[in-house]
Design a protein around this ligand. Sequence first.
Ligand SMILES: [Zn+2]
Length: 248
Amino acid sequence: MVSLFALLGLFAGALVNRLGTDLPTRRRVARPHCPYCGRDRPWWQWVSLPSYVIGRAKCPYCGAPIRLRYPLVEIGMAVAYAYLWALLGVDVKLPLYLVYTTVYAIVLITDFERRLILNAVMYPAILFAFVAGFITPEMTWWSALAGGGIAFTFFLIVGVVGNAVFGSGALGEGDIKLALFVGLTTGFPLVIEAMMLTIIIGAAISGLLLITRLRSLRDYVPYGPFLVAGGLITLLWGYAIADWYVYR
Ligand SMILES: [Zn+2]
């Protein structure tokens, strides 16, 4: 079963690649095609990993290489899906968490590549998480709503204050919608942990980038990936981390 979920993740990764590329351009989501010559990819390249493995990771018509992002996303999704199966097994949470992971993967791609967190992704995701709050075990609908409300309000305030202090802020509307999604999926009280992890990871990585002079204070550092990290870590190991923190 683990390999079945890994395979499922591989295909989901191919779909995520497609959405991450097509959605920001507001084009209709197209069949996989070469971005250079525009011709459709042959079916055996719809998932890019096999072409990489056999060393033919390029367009058979014009020879343009397939970007490394494609196999990396596919491998990441395969590992994530297999891990979720191993962690949860047959559980109501399994299909929900598979969807959440897929949403996070698309957000990571568009935020890293274009500094965009799309409404076309976030609105359906928020609606899904809201409905899922009613059926998630170990969570009540009010806990999901409270989680969403707390995360939303907190990042709204951070965004408004950030704008007032630094001019046009580092924290955009997309980040605030993503925070709402993180809150809905983790619920209260775990949302507090998710926010703390987001801030700690954000501060640590920003600090590291400053020290290594890869970024200066004025440079833009996307906050989306930190929210994804905080939300995902809490979703997977939230109670374990809380236990360790309280009882160590
Ligand atoms: Zn081509």
